[in-house]
Design a protein around this ligand. Structure first.
Ligand code: HEM
Length: 464
């Protein structure tokens, strides 16, 4: 009998947070990148955090990894799925996992010559990790799942090279998991096809596409952020005229993002999102002894890894916007209105922790845009003509977070009260009712998102 996995996988593994430049580096190593251009941080002026063209496959010596990924959708089903169709696949699933266990341990050195190869290797192995762990039948909630060394070691190594978590991330699923429909045309959402879908259903592809639409807007936002960072003196008259124009432009971009969020409802089905897609994304569980239930065989320090699953909270675009506007998620500044008790109790380290699921290059880029001598908020505070345009951008971001909260309510909090579809093959046990981790999870999602929305509201400059 299976219990539905907690939808709040991200929140029950809170760990200590680091200062921004060292986030993740303490675990994954690497030296901070320097540079003056977005390209120095694997950020493209036209496609933002997307690579302009992802690598279609790894070199031939890694074909066993590519083949396992290509075969997984047909062979593998969620272990909790006890529908007749899924049970009929059990033997195929086990054969597929046995194949992974039988791989030789491949050396990743040759991948280091090309960043795109490392990225593709992370994506391929992280998808395989989730297929492996979530198809593995367990007899109790606390049972350890051994991730075989043939998978665990190369995944840990490429993750270390890229400086981020050895698990499926937003970056793997959204930024690196697509191909051009028409390679001669520019990168747009309509010209992208998502190639790997854990659940194999359109709902998953449509969620990735909705996220991609947000990411692509990032390129426009980064132009504004870059231009501000490049001003010699943001207080001179010409600079201020430029900042004014850019703030007006940014407000429009954020409003367009909000429209993208609103359009999610017509493209992504909430019921199948919750029951058929989300379970695949769940990361490792934390056991009562504080250790993850996924054991990375042959990787000595795996217990310090970040092993939550992908969340759009890992979108570097959204972080860039928060950093540029100086949204204080950690509640370190005294701003009005004072945070509510619920705000204070919410997970203040969430956004910072999510940065450990971005590559070191993207994390360093965020550090760079946060390292301006004066933030745009400080400039607007000191410049009467910029206060209103600055506040207008902040208000539009607050509105975006209101819409996002409605989406989360519909897709998670409401859906957990619905019956799973027959194809999910899930037996709901009694303890999954009120008071269980699922019930708490819903409340925690709501208070986390409200805290983010309220932190955005507190970013508004008060009237003079
Ligand atoms: C069906 C669509 C979506 C649902 C159901 C949803 C749900 C959630 C939930 C439950 C959280 C809380 C943390 C977690 O459990 O991961 C979250 C956080 C977050 N999500 Fe979404 N989300 C959706 C779409 C998006 C998209 C398209 C983006 C942007 C690319 C996005 C950006 C964020 C951000 C930045 C956070 C961190 C909290 C905040 O900034 O307010 N979400 N989302």
């Amino acid at each position: 009998m299976n219990v539905i996995p907690s939808p709040i996988h991200l929140l029950d593994r809170a760990r200590s947070t680091f200062d921004m430049p060292t986030i993740g580096r303490a675990i994954y190593g690497g030296t901070p990148r320097g540079g003056t251009r977005p390209q120095d941080f694997d950020v493209n002026p036209q496609t933002a955090f997307f690579p302009p063209k992802p690598l279609p496959h790894l070199p031939a010596e890694f074909s066993i990894w590519e083949e396992a990924l290509a075969n997984a959708p047909d062979a593998v089903r969620l272990s909790e799925n006890q529908s007749p169709a899924a049970l009929a696949k059990r033997a195929d699933s086990e054969r597929w996992r046995a194949g992974v266990r039988s791989w030789p341990l491949l050396k990743v050195d040759s991948l280091r010559a090309d960043l795109r190869q490392l990225q593709r290797a992370h994506m391929v192995l992280a998808f395989i990790l989730h297929y492996y762990a979530h198809s593995y039948p367990t007899s109790s909630e606390d049972e350890l799942i051994i991730i075989p060394r043939s998978l665990a070691i190369p995944l840990a190594e490429v993750s270390k090279d890229l400086g981020f978590a050895p698990v499926l991330t937003f970056t793997d699923t959204v930024l690196w998991n697509w191909k051009f429909i028409n390679p001669d045309e520019p990168l747009t959402v309509d010209n992208m096809e998502y190639t790997n879908l854990l659940s194999g259903i359109d709902t998953e592809a449509n969620f990735y596409k909705a996220s991609a639409a947000v990411e692509l807007k990032g390129a426009e936002m980064l132009q504004v952020i870059e231009a501000f960072g490049n001003l010699a003196d943001p207080m001179d008259q010409n600079s201020q005229a430029k900042i004014l124009r850019d703030l007006v432009r940014l407000k429009t971009t954020v409003e367009e993002l909000t429209e993208t969020f609103r359009s999610i409802r017509s493209k992504v089905d909430p019921h199948s999102f919750y029951w058929l897609v989300r379970p695949w994304w769940v990361g490792a569980k934390t056991l009562s002894n504080g250790q993850p239930n996924w054991v990375f065989e042959g990787v000595p320090n795996y217990t310090s890894f970040d092993l939550d699953g992908p969340s759009a909270g890992q979108s570097a675009v959204m972080h860039a916007l928060d950093i540029f506007l100086d949204v204080d998620h950690k509640l370190v500044h005294h701003r009005t209105p004072a945070p509510s008790e619920a705000n204070k109790k919410a997970d203040r380290g969430f956004m910072e922790r999510m940065r450990r699921y971005m590559t070191a290059a993207h994390r360093d880029y965020l550090t760079r845009i946060g390292s301006v001598p004066r933030t745009v908020r400080q400039v607007a505070e000191a410049t009467p003509s910029l206060r209103e345009p600055y506040n207008a951008v902040v208000s539009s971001l607050k509105q975006l977070r209101d819409v996002h909260m409605q989406i989360a309510t519909l897709y998670i909090i409401t859906q957990r009260r619905t019956a799973p579809p027959a194809s999910a093959g899930i037996v709901v046990v009694e303890q999954a009712a009120e008071g269980s981790p699922i019930g708490t999870g819903g409340n925690e999602v709501a208070s986390l998102l409200k805290a983010g929305r309220d932190a955005t509201r507190r970013t508004l400059l008060p009237d003079l």
